[in-house]
Design a protein around this ligand. Structure first.
Ligand code: ARG
Length: 467
């Protein structure tokens, strides 16, 4: 027995033949869970600190363990650490190396602990760290949207329903719609972090431990809000990963919708905006092409994140209590979700402030699409006392004339309009202008430029409160 001798394994005691080489590869997770090394070491130092405070380790043993773990962290960060598949996962790799370095004392680190509560702790610490980075990126994107909203508070564009021109809105107002979605995503992430910030350590394999541990010490050292109440739940719960992927799926769904608009708006057919060249790529065959690859990829990547959410739900749904090896499958979907969310948010936070707006094109598009038809109906109701349904009918006929003669309502003469209602007078032209139309929607949540400026100011306040 040479290469796969189970005597090398931290759990090899009861085994009488080596692990099958394929099984060794099949069951190993180190290739991907080595990403958790920093949290694994952080958790181990906290655990050893606690063991020394309750008298399970001596001060000298603790000092040796801490120094050993810190040296290992430096080795890993300097690329000097050799990861071994034989040692299965990040936890056993680090523990085995610790014993290599400091001798027998290294073998005491795992007292009162199991890889089950260890890994549950590591992933929570990892996700808590990543959530902070992600929160910063959402904030950066929101700042870009606030800036655009302030800059383009007066910029008119057609608002759409059914992707048909509906009513004029301001570009700033449109950007603030995205900001609202992102604020909700921000809140969902915060909720997720509040629930994940519970400490599994002490649950050990599943039932707790016989050592006189003090979980409040580890809890405080690691910045968790409380120790997990139930040891069985502590080692088996992956709800927090599911919640995170659910947050991520909704966020990416939003960014995917945003992408869809940017892709449409940069097309020759819309021409509403330009994206700077640095966010686009060309075609190898069509020299004229400038493709919006970044938003397209974000739209595409939303699919894989939703897929990861499904993976985790399916991973958990059949598992009896407590820990099962199935749980090792939680990491790749989770890690890929984190990476994808970070990349997509970075792309958006960098790109959004650089959006170049083609005001004249958007204005012309709003003018062409009878976007002030509702304003004419409202004029007939509010100023002339016509019931709304009748007003709707009158305006519909006026639009019919416009379609037949290729004119917008604002291009018609008073006589033209009066054939549909003799009550229409010269003052109608104020409401038929695009500026008049948006300015009239002057209430909280409306598209009037002064309301957009006020909403952007409230967004700035929100950002200051959520710093
Ligand atoms: N690599 C394992 C995982 O990711 C660590 C916990 C293993 N525990 C065990 N009893 N086999 O879930």
């Amino acid at each position: 027995m040479t290469q796969h001798d189970t005597k090398d394994k931290p759990w090899g005691g009861r085994f009488s033949e080596p692990t099958d080489a394929f099984v060794e590869r099949f069951t190993a997770s180190v290739a991907f869970d080595k990403r958790l090394y920093a949290q694994d070491i952080q958790g181990s130092i906290a655990h050893a600190t606690m063991l020394s405070r309750v008298g399970v380790l001596t001060q000298a043993e603790f000092a040796q363990i801490r120094e050993g773990l810190e040296a290992i962290r430096q080795d890993i960060e300097a690329g000097r650490f050799e990861w071994s598949q034989k040692l299965e996962d990040v936890h056993m790799n680090i523990e085995a190396r610790l014993t290599d370095r400091i001798g027998l004392t290294g073998k005491k680190l795992h007292t009162g602990r199991s890889r089950n509560d260890q890994v549950a702790t590591d992933i929570r610490l990892y996700l808590r760290d990543e959530a902070q980075v992600i929160t910063g990126e959402i904030r950066r994107l929101l700042e870009g949207l606030a800036m655009l909203a302030e800059r383009e508070a007066d910029t008119i564009m057609p608002g759409f329903t059914h992707l048909q021109t509906a009513q004029p809105v301001t570009f700033g107002h449109h950007m603030l719609a995205w900001a609202e979605m992102l604020k909700r995503d921000f809140g969902r992430l915060q909720d997720c972090v509040a629930r994940l910030n519970i400490m599994p350590l002490g649950a050990a394999a599943l039932a707790g431990t016989t050592y006189p541990i003090d979980r409040s010490i580890t809890c405080e050292l690691l910045g968790f809000s409380a120790p997990a109440e139930n040891s069985l739940d502590a080692v088996s719960d992956r709800d927090f990963a599911i919640e995170f992927c659910s947050f991520a799926s909704v966020l990416l769904m939003h960014l995917s919708r945003f992408s869809e608009e940017l892709i449409l708006w940069t097309s020759a057919q819309f021409g509403f905006i330009d994206l700077p060249d640095r966010f686009c790529t060309g075609s190898s065959i069509m020299p004229q092409k400038k493709n919006p690859d970044v938003p397209e990829l974000v739209r595409g990547k939303s699919g894989r994140v939703t897929g990861h959410l499904m993976s985790l739900l399916m991973l958990m749904k059949g598992q009896p209590l407590a820990y099962n090896k199935d749980n090792q499958e939680d990491k790749e979907p989770l890690f890929d979700t984190v990476d994808t969310v970070r990349d997509c948010l970075k792309a958006y936070a960098d790109m959004v402030p650089a959006i170049q707006v083609r005001k004249e094109v958007m204005r012309e598009a709003a003018r062409r699409g009878f976007s002030t038809a509702t304003d004419l109906a409202d004029y007939l109701v509010a100023r002339k006392g016509i019931p709304f349904r009748d007003a709707h009918e009158i305006v519909g006929k006026a639009v019919g004339l416009g379609v037949r003669t290729g004119r917008d309502l604002a291009d018609m003469s008073l006589t033209d309009l009066q054939q549909f209602s003799p009550l229409i007078t010269e003052d109608v032209f104020e409401v038929l202008t695009l500026e008049g139309s948006v300015k009239a929607r002057n209430h909280i949540g409306g598209t009037a430029p002064n309301q957009v400026r006020a909403a952007a100011a409230r967004l700035r306040e929100w950002l200051a409160e959520h710093a």
